[in-house]
Design a protein around this ligand. Structure first.
Ligand code: AMP
Length: 293
């Protein structure tokens, strides 16, 4: 994918301020007395991101969006170089949504050559699922999120339930390290057929796009089995989810019913659970989840 040339530093797009350097961001933060509501993203913004921005706008007049494709959370074999970076369209979307600041640093600004890396580890939550399938992913996520928190000093930060495991990892990080930040959970925005919106959906060809709804169908089935039929055995629900993925020719990475806070296995479904699912179609990895009461 062709990369858009980044706009010049410090450009003001009407009311929207585009900041690309850390010193500028720090100065802007010092000049702000209002609480900041931060929305961390990797860009290629879609309606899911816009829902986070809308939620942030409810929390504060000072909505800051970071757009940074974080190399630290991609494994070497992953799609870092082809990850979409439509910065001009993203800025236009942020401007229409009433965002005050877009922080769009370069990788060298965030990770200066020679910097000694820090690792924040949340092993109880981050080892399985995405952690197992994407080695180093959550270390990269925690490092960049902590840096963004440190730079932006937000009072509020909005994260999507779409990335459920990431959300509980960040919540744990904030709680355990006593960060004075309220994490706002934002529901998943879906396409009309139920597919969760994702920047990676644009990699799907027409056939894969049609079959991608299998993730949502598997979650709907889990919900029916648990909430309507009273199925109490997690293994039965997990098998049914896997069969639905396979019926849509989605190569499953995992389909699991777990405790919604600890993400640990449960013996029997006798309280709210989370169903977590991930699979691959034509080399594109998609994930989704459902909280089931
Ligand atoms: P990303 O740009 O993919 O790193 O996502 C940035 C934020 O947007 C994360 O908190 C995601 O959970 C959230 N997000 C991504 N897709 C959706 C969606 N379909 N609905 C709601 N939030 C989303």
């Amino acid at each position: 994918m062709q990369q858009a040339r980044p706009p010049p530093r410090g450009r003001i797009v009407d009311a929207l301020e585009l900041i690309r350097s850390i010193p500028e961001l720090r100065a802007r933060r010092q000049a702000t007395t209002r609480p900041v509501a931060l929305v961390p993203t990797m860009g290629a913004l879609h309606d899911g991101h816009l829902r986070l921005i809308e939620e942030a706008g409810r929390l504060s007049d000072e909505v800051w969006v970071s757009i940074f494709v974080n190399p630290a959370q991609f494994a070497p074999s992953e799609d870092l170089s082809r990850y979409p970076r439509p910065i001009e369209a993203d800025l236009a979307a942020c401007e229409s949504a009433g965002v005050s600041v877009v922080f769009n640093p370069s990788p060298d600004d965030m990770y200066p050559p020679g910097a000694v890396p820090t690792q924040i580890d949340v092993p109880d939550l981050a080892t399985e699922f995405e952690g197992a399938h994407r080695p180093g992913h959550f270390a990269g996520v925690c490092r960049v999120v902590f840096k963004l928190f440190s730079l932006c000093q937000p009072t509020f930060a909005c994260f999507g339930l779409k990335d459920y495991q990431q959300l509980v990892v960040i919540e744990a990080l904030v709680a355990d390290l006593n960060l004075p930040i309220a994490i706002q959970r934002v529901p998943t925005v879906r396409e009309p057929d139920g597919l969760a919106m994702s920047s990676r959906n644009r990699y799907l060809g027409p056939d894969a796009r049609r079959r991608a709804v299998g993730l949502f169908k598997a979650l709907q089935l889990a919900r029916r089995l648990i909430a309507d039929d009273g199925e109490a055995d997690p293994a039965v629900v997990e098998r049914a989810m896997l069969q639905t993925l396979e019926a849509h020719h989605i190569r499953p990475d995992y389909a699991a019913v777990r405790h919604p806070h600890s993400l640990q296995p449960i013996d029997s479904i006798d309280r709210p659970v989370v169903a977590l699912i991930a699979g691959q179609l034509e080399g594109v990895r998609l994930l989704d989840n459902a909280e089931i009461k």
